[in-house]
Design a protein around this ligand. Structure first.
Ligand code: NAP
Length: 289
């Protein structure tokens, strides 16, 4: 029985963060500017608190300053918008991350739109989404961006391939499909109303699972040799793909954990340094992407 090659997201993330740290240090030496990410947390949801702490810790390892803004769970949309607008106007802040979900009483879209596109390093604004869809420069949603970096690192060229994206959320499924389309894949989206999901998945040269349902996708439905990217994460370190059976059919596969997850933070840090570079005159001349 063949075994897929494992796409090691943890190792790629380490290399990406090292390179980001080098860029941050070069920027500091050249201009005195220290890249700064503002993290905004509404309430004290334990998972969100942990995610924000992880992101701030990783900032430190990359030479990025972070500024934390902790807001009460009952904050109004208007007050949250005011906080985000102030950060958008603050020249010492280069990237803004609003940890979501923010609570059902808040208009999340209004909050995201208060983030200046030049500081939208988490890729959540309509402007960032449009730029990505049009193939224009801008910041991408971090998990989709991380998935594309993984494909590139393992020499997967999406052009001409049939890509099936399972899940269509605004932060993950939809943008990753748009990025694959931008790289000339033939993209099919699946979701909760898709009829006969296995038959669609069986056609895929590239499968991206972005649902949050443990082992929804079974190995028997993976086309032999396919590239399987599992962005799903459920309690007990479980992905959306039944790894043990899929690994015997896929050509390349991401593990959970250690696949897509680490790349998400790596892209966030990378985009924060890019935002800082672009905020300086010489950054405007040299930053790519
Ligand atoms: P979400 O907003 O809940 O979206 C889930 C998507 O899955 C929806 O589009 C939904 O369809 C679809 N879906 C639900 N049940 C399905 C089924 N039985 N068959 C096919 N599609 C189905 O979730 P999300 O925020 O995109 O996150 C998805 C997963 O990725 C979660 O496990 C999350 O933890 C993980 N994630 C990981 C990272 C990371 O850094 N690694 C980052 C973000 C998310 P409808 O649209 O029809 O409802």
């Amino acid at each position: 029985m063949s075994q897929a090659r494992i796409m090691d997201g943890a190792a790629l993330a380490r290399r990406t963060v090292e390179e980001t740290a080098r860029r941050a240090s070069a920027l500091r030496e050249r201009t005195g500017v220290v890249p700064c990410l503002a993290t905004v947390l509404v309430g004290e949801d334990p998972a969100s608190v942990t995610y924000v702490r992880m992101k701030r810790n990783r900032c430190r390892t990359a030479g990025i300053a972070s500024r934390h803004v902790a807001l009460p769970a009952d904050i109004t949309t208007a007050a949250l918008v005011a906080e985000l607008s102030a950060l958008s106007d603050d020249p010492d802040v280069h990237g803004i991350l609003l940890q979501h979900p923010v609570g059902p009483h808040i208009d999340e879209r209004a909050a995201f739109e208060a983030i200046a596109p030049a500081k939208d390093v988490d890729g959540v604004t309509l402007s960032s989404y449009a730029a990505m869809s049009f193939g224009l420069p801008g910041f991408v949603s971090c998990t989709p961006g991380g998935i594309m970096r993984l494909l590139d690192a393992y020499d997967v060229d999406p052009a001409g391939k049939r890509a099936v994206v399972v899940g269509r959320s605004a932060i993950l499924g939809k943008p990753v499909g748009m990025l694959l389309l931008g790289r000339d894949a033939t993209v099919t989206y699946c979701h909760s109303r898709t009829a006969d999901l296995p038959s669609v998945v069986r056609e895929a040269d590239i499968v991206v699972a972005a649902v949050g349902r443990p082992r929804l996708i079974r190995g028997e439905d993976i086309k032999p040799g396919a590239v399987v990217v599992d962005a799903g994460y459920s309690a007990g370190n479980t992905g959306d793909v039944d790894f043990d059976t899929a690994v015997t059919r896929a050509g390349l596969i991401t593990p959970v954990p250690g696949g897509v997850g680490p790349m998400t933070i790596a892209v966030l840090l990378e985009q924060t340094v890019t935002a800082a570079e672009r905020s300086t005159d010489d950054g405007r001349l040299t930053a790519d992407g």
